[in-house]
Ligand binder design. Structure first.
Ligand code: PLP
Length: 499
């Protein structure tokens, strides 16, 4: 008998659980180290010591000099910091950045911003596995280029770029290199010095550290301007009293990196077993992660004919956490830019799921996940009716037995009005409102772009609800498919569910 509702966490590229040692260290610092590192008395000196020791620990983990480390509030901030500061530094001297199209949103979004400030941005194509086309990169990097952005490991597919070669090519033309090392840390050996990287960014929460803590490596001598003004902290580069407990937690997580690396072979074995098992269950899957030069923990897998929003919801029903290959953007159902760059069609991208394992993943977890997928693929899982946007007409909307449950966020509702007669309760709070939902009506769950509604529908199924359906492609899809109905009825008679 298939045991329901084990919890199996296979989304470690999104974030990782905080380790016991990090929790202990952070609690210690919070309890005993409240001094402001900038003050002069003993408590402050203790705090300043924690700060310095943390910097040394982080530097050791990546083979850098402590003076090359700046603590930030996240890797997103660190990526923003490098891009914006260098654009300012090189203004009037060099005006171009070359980037991979598969970089993290924190790089791509900042590049979009810099384009509005007059910086030229060009993208180096990647091949169908996601590796940078170095011949093309060589052509794109010229004397006007001040920066090349090339992440070490991709968060969606796990592809490892040849950053050492990229550095060589860039340096030959006098350009600097920013390498987002967030996903590589703790999964592959990382020595910033020997790779030749000028700027590297890190995030604590991907290696069992706290969220809201990042680190920026700036090679000695590389230009770096203040990013947050109004204080001397972090050598005047990032003003503001240091978040000491987060920094100590980050350092503690970095200290455990050698231990994480020791698990890489085991993790890869489990990942390979998972992929082989998936191929057995559904021979037509496509694996988008390369066999060589890939993170040991990551498998991006396309399941032809199965929408990833539904697969994720069904896996969640079994207590299994995975991410979509496509962006989990609540505003639109734009397919993932990474999968698009490696040549997947929008439909293939919307059938893609990322499994990311960690040192905590066990063989039992993998077996459980495979049994759940087998159940889903063979149709043994409870099926929930899917309503297409075109299908959702007046008959369903105004049927007295229909109860429309709108699980969008307030800002989504500002962008697209709700279905007539909808009952509103935002997605994360659904467990608070379960008791208010009718069991004798057909609950139609709707969200903004189609990702959250299946999750909620399967959650309700696990709570014993039987009369359920969800709207595919969400309100964005319905507005596009039925503009006539949207104009006539959207936003009418909305009710807010109160606890
Ligand atoms: N870069 C990559 C490759 C990531 O995977 C992430 C997190 O998803 C980030 C940057 C952003 O990290 P943070 O959450 O610390 O802002």
């Amino acid at each position: 008998m298939f045991q329901l509702r084990r919890t199996v966490y296979l989304d470690n590229n999104a974030t990782t659980p905080v380790s016991k040692s990090v929790q202990k260290r952070m609690a210690q610092v919070l309890a005993h180290c409240y001094g402001n590192p900038s003050s002069l008395y003993q408590d402050a000196r203790d705090a300043a010591m924690v700060l310095q020791e943390s910097r040394e620990t982080v530097a050791r983990a990546i083979n850098a000099d402590p003076a090359e480390i700046t603590f930030t509030g996240s890797a997103t901030e660190a990526n923003n910091n490098v891009l914006v500061c260098l654009a300012e530094h090189f203004a009037g001297k060099r005006g171009k950045i070359v980037s991979l199209p598969t970089e993290h949103a924190s790089v791509l979004g900042t590049l979009d911003y810099l384009k509005t400030r007059g910086v030229a941005v060009e993208y180096c194509p990647v091949d169908d596995m996601g590796f940078a086309r170095l011949d093309e990169l060589e052509k794109l990097v010229d004397e006007n280029t001040f920066l090349v952005c090339c992440m070490l490991a991709n968060n969606e597919t796990g592809v490892l770029q040849d950053v050492a070669r990229v550095c060589e090519l860039a340096h030959r033309k006098g350009a600097l290199v920013l390498s987002d090392c967030v996903q590589a840390l703790g999964k592959v050996p990382l020595d910033v010095g020997s790779l030749g990287i000028d700027y590297a960014t890190y995030s604590a929460h991907k290696v069992h550290g706290p969220k809201g803590a990042g680190a920026l490596y700036v090679k000695n001598g590389a230009p770096h301007l203040p990013f947050i003004h109004g204080g001397h902290q972090e050598s005047g580069l990032r003003a503001g009293t240091e978040s000491l407990h987060n920094i100590a937690g980050l350092a503690c997580a970095f200290e455990d990196v050698p231990c994480l690396l020791k698990h890489a072979v085991t993790i890869q074995g489990l990942r390979d077993r998972l992929v082989a098992g998936l191929r057995n269950i559904k021979p037509d899957i496509a694996v988008n992660s390369p066999e060589q030069r890939c993170l040991p923990n990551t498998a991006s897998v396309t399941f032809p004919g199965i929408a990833n929003a539904v697969l994720m919801a069904e896996l969640d029903y079994y207590g299994i956490a995975v991410s979509a290959g496509s962006a989990c953007n609540t505003q639109s159902d734009e397919p993932s830019h990474v999968l698009a760059a490696i040549g997947l069609t929008p439909d293939q991208a919307r059938q893609t799921v990322r499994f990311s394992l960690s040192d905590r993943t066990t063989a039992r977890d993998v077996r459980y996940a495979l049994r759940a997928v087998a159940n889903i693929v063979s149709g043994k899982s409870p099926a929930i009716a899917m309503i297409s946007p075109a299908q959702l007409d007046q008959k369903i909307l105004f049927d007295p037995s229909t109860y429309i449950l709108d699980v969008r966020f307030w800002y989504d509702r500002l962008a697209v009005k709700g279905l007539p007669g909808a009952h509103e309760s935002s997605f994360p709070f659904i467990s608070r409102y379960v008791g208010k939902l009718p069991r004798d009506r057909n609950i139609l769950v709707v969200c903004q772009a189609g990702a959250n509604a299946p999750m909620v529908a399967y959650y309700l199924r696990s709570k014993g609800f039987r009369r359920l359906s969800f709207l595919m492609a969400g309100m964005v899809g319905w507005k596009a498919a039925r503009p006539d109905l949207y104009l006539a009825y959207a936003g009418r008679d909305i009710a807010v569910i109160t606890p």
